[in-house]
Each structure stands twice: as C-alpha cells, then as structure tokens.
Design a protein around this ligand. Sequence first.
Ligand code: FES
Length: 96
Amino acid sequence: MSSKKMSIKVCDIPSCHNVPNNTLRIAIKEAIKEYNLEDKLEYVKNGCTGHCTPFVFIEDGDDRYLYADLTPEKVKRIIKEHVLEGKPVAELGGKF
Ligand code: FES
C-alpha cells in the first residue's frame, strides 16, 4: 500500500437514480470518521460513469480498484480492510 493519500470515488449526482448510492455516500463518510481516516482517505465526488449500480472506485497509489454491487455494510468493510488494513477485498472487486 502506498503512503500517498488514497481516494474513494462515488457517484455524487443529486438526481442519481441509483438510490443505494445515497446510502453509500453516508456510509463512506461515517467509516472515514469511525476509522479516523481523514488524513488517509479522500472522498471524491464522481460523475455518473454509466454503470448506475452501487459502486466505488478506490485509487491506491498507481492502482485503481472497482468495487460494485455494494451495500453500506460492504463499503464499510472495504474501507476497513482495504484502506485501514491494506488488504484489498478480492471477493467484492479488484484492480482494473
Ligand atoms: S447517475 Fe449515479 S450512478 Fe449513474
């Protein structure tokens, strides 16, 4: 894992018709606070990529990960395991 700040991108279009992303946004912000990751993980607003499924991108140094079909619980797990512990969650996504 890089010592550079990581970023997590999620669709942040107010009219996003992918309703679960609203809950993902809340869960991401809660997890950043809960795990004290303000200096390590940057929340980045993303436009619609056309996927329109509950997903996030994580940029970790030069590596980009896509995690999809998420729930608030799954995104919190990704933040804990990937960002906090440095262990990408292979069963939920991977590099692309
Ligand atoms: S408009 Fe939000 S994911 Fe497409």
